[in-house]
Write a protein that binds this ligand. Structure first.
Ligand code: FAD
Length: 366
């Protein structure tokens, strides 16, 4: 690495999975960034739970993947059914990859592991530190940061905005977050469940003729995450099981939005700051991890100018596909349901036909 690269002052705004991955990818190659977050600590919430095979590839050199693999659950199958009748099974296990599963782990554990490893590499996250102003010039980027000790203005060579959907970095650049937010309210529930009647270590998708959907995935031993487009996620998960403890419920609206561009000369956007879409398909956090890997690789290659050209079309294609999946899952048209169910029962029997779709979920093909 050239001395000039080692001396580059980089600010990462946001210590979610995207910012933490960017910091890890720089630090493991010898560049120490500053990373700030307005929160006190890693998220206490379960948030994103699916880690893709490609993210595990990306996070392996920094020593994260083995720790994630130790804690997470390996989900190899997704069962789809309509009104109690199984339509088909998506065999993630058929992937010709050493990680032929989706790793399920609450985001709070993923972030905690990343923060711990980053500290071992000599980078401490600066918590309770909020970016509130950015000014870019030919010489650098002047950032205004509110810290627990007061306000600070510092100059950086590069800034990576990984500060989520309401990104202060994106707003400071005046970059539009184009798209829309769906009106329908979704619900989420994390629960401890006993007497689980379905295949263990598999995800289940329940489709209903009136357009309601319910998804459920194990997230820890005896704990599950249910998501639905109705106001009670668990009510859309049929079966004889017992909810022994309701850990958390929440409501949300699904966005389909993308930043118009992901960069200027010295400032870059990644993760939810750059794109936000439905959690169906578990790509939200994983796309952010991939953005960060690309940012770090391009920094060392000297090809940062091509970051948007690489990452923007990938975000665009995923948003389009996740919108198609949503429409197909929620359709109330009997004709569309007949075609959908027929397609599922054919594809569900032949893992080879599923391969292109699974490769996209896995992050192995864009
Ligand atoms: C309830 C819920 C459930 C979800 N479920 C799923 C799921 O099942 N599957 C899935 O793929 N995705 C899911 N997501 C989305 C997923 O959590 C995000 O895609 C993922 O967190 C994106 O990571 P990120 O690092 O880009 O952004 P974030 O995780 O949002 O991190 C951004 C960080 O920036 C910090 N920050 C913000 N502004 C500033 C500032 N001005 N200065 C300093 N720091 C700042 C924030 O404190 C935060 O820590 C869910 C999200 C929520 C809220």
């Amino acid at each position: 690495m050239a001395q000039q690269q080692a001396d580059t002052k980089i600010l990462i705004v946001g210590a979610g999975p995207t910012g933490l991955t960017a910091a890890l990818e720089l630090a493991r190659r010898g560049v120490t960034p500053r990373i700030i977050d307005r929160k006190d600590a890693p998220t206490p919430l379960s948030k994103a739970v699916g880690i893709s095979p490609h993210s595990l590839d990306v996070l392996e050199p920094s020593g994260i993947s083995e720790r994630l693999l130790d804690k997470g659950l390996r989900i190899r199958h997704v069962h789809f059914s309509e009104e109690g009748r199984e339509l088909g099974v998506v065999y993630i296990s058929s992937l010709p990859h050493r990680f032929n599963f989706l790793l399920s782990l609450p985001q709070r554990d993923t972030e905690t592991i990343m923060v711990g490893r980053l500290a071992e590499l000599g980078v401490g996250v600066e918590w309770r530190s909020s970016l509130y102003g950015l000014k870019e010039s030919a010489e650098g980027v002047d950032a205004r940061i509110a810290t627990p000790d007061g306000q600070e203005e510092a100059r950086f060579d590069l800034v990576f905005g990984a500060d989520g959907v309401d990104s202060a970095v994106r707003k400071a650049l005046g970059i539009e977050f184009q798209g829309y937010t769906h009106k329908r309210e979704w619900s989420i529930a994390d629960a401890e469940i006993a007497d689980w009647p379905y295949e263990p270590l598999s995800a289940q998708a329940f489709l209903h003729r009136n357009g309601d959907v319910g998804f459920i995935i194990p997230i820890e031993e005896g704990r599950f995450r249910a998501v639905s487009n109705t106001d009670d996620a668990l009510a859309r998960i049929p079966g004889n099981y017992r909810v022994t403890e309701l850990l958390r419920t929440d409501r949300f609206h699904i966005p389909a939005r993308q930043a118009q561009r992901y960069q200027t000369n010295r400032i870059f956007l990644g993760g939810d700051a750059a794109h936000a879409h439905s959690p169906v398909g578990a790509r939200g956090m994983n796309l952010g991890i991939e953005d960060s890997a690309s940012f770090a690789r391009r920094f060392f290659d000297g090809t940062l100018a091509g970051y948007t050209a690489e990452r923007w079309p990938i975000g665009k294609r995923w948003i389009a596909l996740s919108e198609r999946i949503l429409r197909t899952a929620q359709t109330t048209s009997p004709t569309a349901q007949t075609f959908r169910n027929l397609a599922f029962s054919v594809i569900g029997r032949f893992p080879a036909l599923q391969r292109p779709f699974i490769e996209r979920i896995a992050g192995l093909k864009e």
